[in-house]
Write a protein of this length. Structure first.
Length: 207
């Protein structure tokens, strides 16, 4: 029974790894079952024993990847008894946010960039948001009782991944530490941090 279980895991993993190899070459929408069977040396019948169709395989591959991402984040952001993450290893405010960016950097891998890239899955980013936001919301120096909290949280999340996606698409042309600082400054100070004038000419004070 144990041998059969290991065989099942190995076969499933073979199809998923073949999928990742193909995403490096072409859009997900262009991947066919026969390509996966050629790369794994299994037949179509075996594929359908494990997956309903290509979409089902993609969903399984993404679920595995999101689990890896969450595990990597939880290693640095331990959970409290309430189930929420707490910034135990960092100070409050800007230092907390900077540490969050570094955690995300470390957790990102080639497969995540593939899914966020031109060959990837447009539905993956919303999955990342829904899975990641509950883990990081207590890690952000944002006022939880603010009516803008959800908007601010979504902004931070979207800004991080948009910048990381562009950075990866440009061949990581800037040092990781510089990108981390860029994200931190943009989230905390906006574009004003990079304008010639140090002060904010709009003098906007949120409620």
């Amino acid at each position: 029974m144990k041998k059969q279980s290991e065989t099942t895991k190995r076969t499933r993993r073979s199809f998923i790894e073949a999928f990742w190899a193909l995403v490096r070459e072409k859009p997900i929408s262009k991947i066919a079952v026969n390509e996966l069977t050629r790369r794994t040396s299994y037949n179509r019948g075996t594929f359908y024993e494990y997956f309903v169709d290509i979409d089902d395989l993609v969903a399984n591959a993404e679920a595995d990847l999101l689990d890896e991402l969450k595990q990597a984040i939880r290693q640095v952001m331990p959970e409290s008894g309430s189930g929420k993450t707490m910034p135990r290893k960092v100070s409050e405010g800007a230092d907390s946010l900077k540490n969050l960016f570094q955690v995300v950097f470390n957790a990102m891998n080639e497969k995540i960039y593939l899914l966020l890239g031109p060959n990837g899955d447009s539905a993956f980013f919303p999955k990342v948001k829904s899975e990641l936001l509950p883990l990081v919301e207590d890690y952000l120096p944002l006022p939880a009782d603010s009516p803008y909290f959800d908007y601010l949280l979504d902004y931070v999340n979207s800004a991080m991944f948009s910048i990381l996606q562009l950075w990866n698409g440009r061949g990581k042309d800037l040092p990781a530490e510089e990108i981390s600082t860029l994200m931190q400054n943009l989230v905390l100070h906006g574009l004003m941090a990079y304008l010639p004038e140090a002060h904010d000419p709009f003098q906007f004070n949120p409620c």
